[in-house]
Design a protein around this ligand. Sequence first.
Ligand code: SF4
Length: 622
Amino acid sequence: MPRIKGGYLRKIARVDLNRGKFKVESVKHEFAIKYIGGRGWGARILWDEVSVTVDPLSADNKVIVATGPLTGLLIPGAAKTSFNTISPQTGLYGDSNMGGMFGTELKQAGFDALILEKAASNPCYIWIENGMIEVRDARHLWGMGSLDAEIALKKELGDELIRVASIGPAGEKLVKFACVTGDYGRQAGRTGIGAVLGSKKVKAIAVRGDQDIPVADIDALETVFEEAENYLTKHRDLRIWQRQGTMTTVDWSQINAALPTRNFQAATYENYQLINGDSMETRTKIANRACFMCPMACGQYNLVKQGSHQGISVEGPEYETASLLGSNCALPTIEDVVYANHLCDNFGIDTISAGNVAAFAMECFEKGILTKEQVGGLELRFGNSEALFQLLEMIAYRKGIGDLLAEGVKKASQTIGKGSEKFAMQVKGLEISGYDHRAAQAQALAYATCDVGAHHNRAWAITYDIKVGREAYSKDKAEWVIYLQHIRPLFDCLGTCRLQWVELALDPEYYARFYSAATGVPVTLAGLLKASERIYNLTRAISLRRGLTAKDDWLPDRDFEDPVSDGSISAAKLDRNKFRDLLRLYYELRGWDENGIPTREKLGELELGDVSKELEPLRAQK
Ligand code: SF4
C-alpha cells in the first residue's frame, strides 16, 4: 500500500460531547485510501461504530464531519465537507455535503474530520482552533436562527473570518428535515443532520486555522490546476453560471416538462418566468458568492427590494429551492421565493423537503383532506405566499399542524390517511428533489435506488432520458444510473464540487491527477470509481442492516397513476411492471441479489468481505 505524502492530514478529532473532551486519532494509510475521505470515511466509521439499532436522535448516534483529501487545495471548487449520520428522516444511512469555506478552515485547523459522539447536557458550540477543541456553553445562542447564530458567534469571538456551521430552531426542535448552514448560506441540507446535532445539543461548530495543508507534489498540482482553470475560465457557459448559477435550470425544466408544480401534479408552471434566473437577475440579485477556489461562483446573493419583506437578503435561491418552494407551491414572484428561502435558512430547514412538505399540505387542503381549522386557520392554497411563510414557521417551531409536518411527508401522510399517501412525494422517507420523473425512467430509477432517499445529488439522470428517449425502460438507462451513482458521490468523497464536471464538462480524469499530485498516491479514475462503488455498497449495507428491503426502492403511487399531461409531455406516467423489471435489471447489473442485497461475490470483489459476513443473516431470511 503506497504511503500518503499530502492531501490528507490523517487526523480525526473524536469529540465526547457529554464530557466536553476530545482526543486526536491518527488515520491509517490503508483506511484513508480505501474509503477516500468525506462520505466514504463517514460511512465506514458509522458501519464500525454505530449500533445497528440506534435511535437516530439518541446520544448513541454519531455525526461524522469529514473533509476529503482535496478539500482546501489548489483545485477548482475544492470546498466540500460531508456530514454523515444515521438519518432521523429515513432511519437509514444519511449524509449531506456543504460547500463554502468551512472544510478548508477545518483542515487548516489541523483536522480532516470530526467524530461527534454522545450528547451535551446543555446547549453548546464546538470551538476549534489550530489543533485545540473546546466544547463551550451556547445557552445564549439556543433559540437563534442559523444565520443569526453565525453573526452572533463571529461577533462574540471577534473574528469575521471564523467559519461557522450552525443549526436553527428547527434543529433544536428535532424537525426531521433540519439542516446545517455554513458561511451564511451554504447548507448540508438533506437527511436531517441538523436534527441530529440538535439532539446532541450542538448549536454550532466554529473553526479557525492557519496551518498549511501538505501537498505531495506542489509543482504537479499547480500544473494540473492551471490546465483545469484555463479550460474552465474559457468555457462559453462560465458567464451564465456566474450570472444565474443553477437558476438557469428553471427554464430548462420548464421546456422539458420536468418542473415540479403544485406538488408534482403538473410538470410545467404557467408563471415560471416570474421565478426563473432572468427574473432573479433583474429583480433581486445583488452579488455573487463563490466557494473556496471556485471560478464558477454559482452562489447568488439576493435582496427583496420591494413589498412587505423588503430588506430581507439571503444567499439563494438555487434551482432546487426555486422549483420546490417556487413552482411546487405555485409562488407568484421571485421575491416570495427569496423570502421563503431566507426563512428556511434561518429556521434551519432543508428547502427541498420544506417545499415538498408545504406543497403536500396545500394539496391536502385543496382536496378537503385537511380543514382550515386543522391548519391553524390558514387559507393554505397553492400560490398563497403568506400562508406558506406562516406554515414554515409552524413547522420550524412544531406548532399546530407544523408538529406533524415536521416529521416529513411520509409520516404525515400515514397519519393523515384519506389517500394522501399517494401524493406524499418521497422515497425511503426523503422528499423528492426538483425533477418530475414520470417521463424519465432513468431519473425515476435513480430516485428509487438512491442510498439516502430521493436525492438528485447521487444521480441526475434525466438529461440522459431526454437524450435517448423518454419512454424507454432500457438496460443502458440502468447502466447509466449506476455509473452516475459512482461518479457523482466520488466528488463528495474527494471534497470537491461536481458542478465543474457536470455543467462545464471538465474531464473527470483531472480528479485522478489532482488526487495523485496532492497525496503522492498514484490512482486512475477507474480506481477512484471502484472505491466509490465500494462506498455505495457499504452505505447500502448500513441501511440493509437497519431494516431496508427491496420494497423501499420504490416510488409514490402518483408516479404510476397520475399522468403528466402538460408541456411537451402528454399522458406520461410510469408503468409498474416495466419499472419493476428495470429495477431487477439494475440489481443484477450491480451484483445484488433479487432482494437488493449485494452478493458475497460483489462484496468480495470490493474488498468488503467483513461487511458481507454481517449480511449473512439477511441473506438467510430471504
Ligand atoms: S460551482 Fe457553486 S457550489 Fe460548486 S464550488 Fe463553485 S460556487 Fe460552490
